[in-house]
Design a protein around this ligand. Structure first.
Ligand code: HEM
Length: 224
């Protein structure tokens, strides 16, 4: 089956690790975030008031929130500065080409072949990822505002003077919480579309795009 195809390295191990760490972080943050928004479980009542279930959910939400922030900063650094991410940066050329846009839409409508791309991502995919990054930065900043408001020592104390003006800009703490929650829903809408597109591409192109985010390799057709 794969005789007329060659394995090409698509994603470095750094890109693959950060992808799966984010899958874990977004899943855990969504579960713990839904709990903070609407407390859906309660501990078995006990005479000793030391159960602190709410505090534990909040603690895990914040700890994993910092993991998401670290991974996002690292990914942003890789994208901008690292040589092996050139294939990602070059995608900007494809985004600026109307010809590639038309061919890509035709491909999704089963009306044509996949266009030959200069970079790793097609234009629709690239714009979807830009939107995702904007959302992840938004949820991280609003998360840090909420964090700094309740932890006044250490990092919280350090961040508070920087977060206060942003909080005012967003219309106060209640709005910050609302924005944080709404942005979660934008991310939750992105996730199934992203999975559908990845599976679609993997099946239709037969290039094993899903394999690429696990092993790093996809299987391109031999030109000869
Ligand atoms: C995909 C990422 C994230 C999701 C889906 C998410 C989701 C949520 C949700 C739904 C809430 C409840 C808001 C409400 O009351 O309606 C919440 C609260 C909170 N989030 Fe996040 N969050 C994420 C990332 C972060 C990050 C990066 C931080 C930064 C540390 C953070 C810190 C907080 C804090 C401190 C609260 C508590 C608000 C309160 O107690 O009133 N979150 N989050």
């Amino acid at each position: 089956m794969l005789n007329n195809r060659k394995a090409e390295l698509e994603f470095s191990s750094g890109l693959r690790w950060t992808h799966w760490i984010r899958v874990f972080a977004i899943t855990a943050l969504t579960v713990t975030g839904f709990y903070i928004a609407y407390v859906f479980v309660a501990p078995t009542p006990s005479a000793t008031p030391t159960l602190f279930l709410n505090a534990k959910f909040r603690m895990w939400h914040e700890a994993i929130g910092f993991v998401l922030i670290a991974v996002t900063l690292y990914k942003t650094y890789l994208f901008i500065f690292v040589k092996s991410s050139k294939v990602e940066r070059v995608s900007i050329h494809d985004v600026l080409s109307p010809k590639v846009w038309i061919a890509q839409i035709k491909y999704y409508l089963f009306l044509g072949e996949h266009p030959k791309l200069k970079g790793a991502y097609n234009p629709l995919q690239f714009l979807a990822y830009v939107l995702l990054y904007i959302m992840v930065y938004m949820i991280s900043i609003t998360g840090l505002i909420l964090y700094a408001r309740s932890y006044h020592n250490g990092l919280g104390g350090f961040l508070l003077p920087y977060m206060k003006p942003l909080e005012a800009l967003m219309g106060g703490l209640a709005s910050v919480r609302e924005i944080h929650h709404i942005v979660m829903w934008v991310i939750l809408i992105f996730v199934p579309i992203h999975i559908y597109m990845a599976v679609f591409n993997s099946i239709v192109s037969k290039e094993g795009s899903i394999d690429a985010v696990i092993s790093g390799y996809k299987f391109e057709k031999n030109e000869a």
